[in-house]
Write a protein that binds this ligand. Structure first.
Ligand code: GAR
Length: 215
């Protein structure tokens, strides 16, 4: 029987709540999670994977002398499953050029801000400090520029007067859990593409902020 699922490797560093959303969605979707790879032995996401009998690999960055060696080990772990798609879900390491090139057009990331605003860390506090009226999440193709690859889709939340970085993160995370499985299923259906630095959905070039899923 032909296997038409999009085989996906999810790479994590921590809690793995986005991984959980992907696992839950995959039950009735066009993608399957073949492996979960973590750079952090204490990542709770590893337990989430084990609960669902998904193979896991640990590639602890502390065991490697430099980024190149770590990246190569990570690549080896990912390639064990020969995935169609690599999904970074709360992965908190910076990846080198060679690594990113190896998966060009088939590696995506979720980032908790409305890119190009706030690449890097502490995005929720930065949105509060800037007194932004809205904040949100972006899913983007991974390129050599940190959090700088073409955006595929975004969803947003209002910033409330009483918000703290924690309350804002919580509301953004709810949006993440809806957005990521949706984008992965677009990829799995062959609807998404990348040419150079331009993302496409159904053959149409996406605008700089990608698809806005919020009404
Ligand atoms: C998520 O908010 C994700 O967008 C963010 O880390 C959190 C991981 O949560 N990722 C980044 O900041 C990547 N630069 P999770 O482990 O519960 O999915």
């Amino acid at each position: 029987m032909p296997d038409s699922y999009c085989h996906t490797v999810v790479v994590i560093s921590g809690s793995g709540s986005n991984l959980q959303a992907l696992i839950d969605a995959s039950v009735a979707s066009n993608f399957k999670i073949s492996r979960v790879v973590s750079n952090n032995p204490d990542a709770f996401g590893l337990e989430r994977a084990a609960r669902d009998n998904i193979p896991t690999s640990m590639v602890n960055h502390r065991d490697y002398e430099n980024r190149e060696e770590f990246d190569l080990a990570l690549q080896k772990a990912i390639d064990e499953s020969q995935p169609d798609l690599v999904v970074l879900a709360g992965f908190m390491r910076i990846l080198g050029q060679q690594f990113v090139k190896a998966y060009a057009g088939r590696i995506i990331n979720i980032h908790p801000s409305l890119l190009p605003k706030y690449p890097g860390i502490n995005t929720h506090q930065r949105a509060l400090d800037a007194k932004d009226k809205e904040h949100g999440v972006s899913v983007h193709f991974v390129t050599e520029e940190l959090d700088g690859g073409p955006v595929i889709a975004q969803d947003r939340v209002p910033v409330l007067k009483e918000d703290t970085a924690e309350s804002l993160a919580e509301r953004v995370l709810e949006k993440e859990h809806l957005l990521y499985p949706k984008v992965v299923s677009w990829f799995a259906a062959g609807r998404l593409g990348l040419a150079g630095n331009q993302a496409f959905l159904d053959g149409e070039p996406l605008p700089p902020g990608g698809i806005q899923v919020h009404p």
